[in-house]
Ligand binder design. Structure first.
Ligand SMILES: [Zn+2]
Length: 347
């Protein structure tokens, strides 16, 4: 079969690799229908994180179960499934507590000899603990299939941010970051009943999408000017719930400065030097909480799936470019240059 392989920064190739086979009785093999490129795939692409040359890449995919190990009980050949961005056993304390990202038996796609998601098929470890079942008829609905793919990562991550920020009915919410996760956080905040949603971002196509997702206000400024703009919109108080979906020092500083006393920040932007931005004295004086981290996307699928299926939650517009597997390198280029928001790979 063919799969995406990264050899060096900016060197993404589609290569012939061994077909996946069942290695353990808890494995399943999934034939991939749709995969996508994540903002975090750009770190190895840009050389910001180190990878072994020749590593498989991709951690968001959905497809059809092609083969199951003898211990797989929840899935059968032919089932349509979506995979969250980590695999996990589904049986340990962390999995039971809804934190599969901390599963001691789990791991990242591509690690430990597992397959990456950007390929024609994937061996899925702990299929029962990892995969989520989807209704079979979704496979013939292109928009729905695209929306369901977002459950593998960005929609669950946006939801995690909104929960971490403590969004409640009537809350004033601010979202720092106009990438796919920030936009999904806008959707999540609206779903949780936010009264007002202020989207911070500089790219008009993206902030326009934020408005269609439920943002009531857009702040295009950055840094101090952004802080002032949010304060002006909130009677000088700031927002009850702030989502930080970038991970840089500046974005975390902005998030801290626009959080109202007694409020909380839900941070899901993977930290890029933002640790130094956390001013504990500022947070202490104002009773500001900081929650979030690596989103347990798989644990949120049962809650989010019904809303995606009935159309009340539709993250599909975050995918603004579709490529074939052969053209996956073009997809990386488009996301790296920010000409694409999020790239869908159609097998
Ligand atoms: Zn576990």
């Amino acid at each position: 079969m063919r799969a995406t392989v990264i050899h060096a920064p900016h060197d993404i190739r589609v290569e012939e690799v061994p077909d996946p086979v069942i290695r353990r009785p808890t494995d399943a093999v999934v034939r991939v229908l749709r995969a996508c490129i994540c903002g975090s795939d750009l770190w190895p692409y840009r050389g910001e994180s180190v990878v072994e040359p020749g590593s498989r890449i991709g951690h968001e995919f959905l497809g059809v179960v092609e083969e199951t190990g003898s211990d797989v009980a929840r899935f059968a050949v032919g089932d349509l499934v979506v995979a969250p961005f980590v695999w996990a056993d589904g049986t340990c304390d962390f999995c039971h507590e809804g934190l599969p990202t901390s599963c001691p038996s789990g791991g990242d796609w591509g690690d430990g000899g597992t397959d990456g998601g950007q390929g024609e098929a994937v061996r899925v470890p702990f299929a029962d603990g990892t995969l989520a079942a989807l209704p079979a008829d979704a496979a013939s609905d292109e928009r729905l299939l695209t929306a369901l793919l977002a459950l593998s990562d960005v929609m669950g991550t946006g939801h995690h941010a909104a929960l971490g920020a403590g969004v409640r009915p009537g809350s004033t919410v601010a979202v720092v970051g106009d990438g796919a996760v920030g936009l999904c956080a806008v959707l999540a905040a609206r779903r949780l009943g936010a009264g007002r949603i202020i989207a911070l971002g500089r790219h008009q196509a993206r902030t326009d999408l934020a408005r269609t997702f439920g943002a009531t206000d857009v702040v295009a400024e950055r840094g101090e000017a952004a802080v002032e703009a949010v304060r002006e919109l909130t009677r000088g108080q700031g927002a009850h719930a702030v989502v930080e979906a970038v991970g840089t020092e500046q974005s975390m500083r902005t998030a801290l400065r626009i959080t109202r006393g007694g409020g909380a920040i839900g941070y899901v932007g993977a930290p890029h030097g933002s640790g130094t931005a956390v001013d504990l004295r500022h947070m202490f004086d104002r009773n500001i909480a900081l929650r979030g981290g690596l989103a347990p996307a798989g644990a949120y699928i049962p809650a989010l799936l019904p809303d995606v299926l009935d159309g009340t939650l539709d993250p599909s517009p975050v995918f603004d470019l579709t490529v074939s597997l052969d053209d996956v390198a073009d997809g990386y280029k488009a996301m790296d240059s920010r000409t694409a928001l999020k790239v869908l790979i159609r097998m």
